[in-house]
Design a protein around this ligand. Structure first.
Ligand code: BEZ
Length: 238
């Protein structure tokens, strides 16, 4: 970290970087990150504070979707700068007392990291002083089975995350990897996908003359169909 009287420059991991390694105490015991998650996708996410309403709604939603993420070979790991006993007390309160949008008795079984020193939060750029210097923002890191950061999303303190979007991001990344395609705006499984752009004049010409199973809007923008069953059948555990 570089500092002068005017500015503070904090280095943060970027998309394509190896996820910074750390050991941490969590509500599920110690974890060694990302080593212990090798072979799985992981969503590492931070929240500002235990016993707060937006965070509670988020944890209940994420915990309710844990099986859905697990079917896509994805594990969840949460973090805040609160201590372990606060985490435990908050998760017990959620399970025992909170009923929200039809969710009740929600048990959070994924690890929640205690990060009182803010060491992990600072390493991952989760502390954004303009928003808060004492709480992590709502950061989301989607990390692939090789430990590479594939997506980073930040939300401010006041805005609860869209968990359908986080699942869509995961499935979109996995689809891109499995089928060597890209996904257009607002893509959902079953929608057309984008085939890699023609890398030579010959391929561009051939594409426009013989589109095979593609639909080409122009030589650089061709799509093809992959039906929903093929996408989900390939990606999801039975
Ligand atoms: C919340 O989770 O409700 C929250 C936490 C920190 C600041 C603002 C809202």
């Amino acid at each position: 970290m570089e500092t002068n009287s005017q500015t503070t420059t904090v280095s943060m991991p970027r998309i394509g970087d190896k996820a910074p390694a750390f050991k941490a105490v969590t509500t599920q015991g110690e974890i060694i990150f990302p080593e212990q998650y090798s072979g799985s996708w992981v969503i590492l996410f931070s929240h500002p504070a235990d016993f707060t309403p937006v965070c509670t709604s988020e944890f209940m939603t994420f915990a309710s979707m844990e099986d859905q993420f697990a079917k896509a070979n994805c594990k969840l790991v949460g973090l805040s700068v609160d201590g372990l006993y606060s985490h435990i007390a908050w998760l017990r309160t959620i399970k025992e007392k909170i009923e929200y949008k039809g969710m009740k008795n929600v048990e959070v079984t994924f690890p929640l990291i205690e990060d009182i020193t803010m060491e992990v939060a600072k390493t991952y750029g989760m502390i954004q002083p303009g928003e808060s210097s004492t709480k992590a923002v709502r950061a989301v890191f989607v990390i692939d089975p090789k430990g590479i950061i594939r997506t980073i999303i930040y939300y401010p303190l006041s805005l609860g995350r869209n968990f359908h979007e986080l699942y869509r991001v995961l499935i979109g990344l996995q689809t891109a990897d499995a089928f060597n395609v890209a996904t257009p705006a607002d893509w959902e499984p079953g929608d057309d996908v984008i085939v890699p752009t023609a890398g030579s004049c010959g391929t561009a010409k051939e594409r426009m003359e013989n589109k095979k199973d593609m639909k080409c809007y122009d030589w650089f923008f061709c799509t093809r169909k992959i039906d929903k069953q093929t996408v989900l059948g390939t990606l999801l555990k039975k």
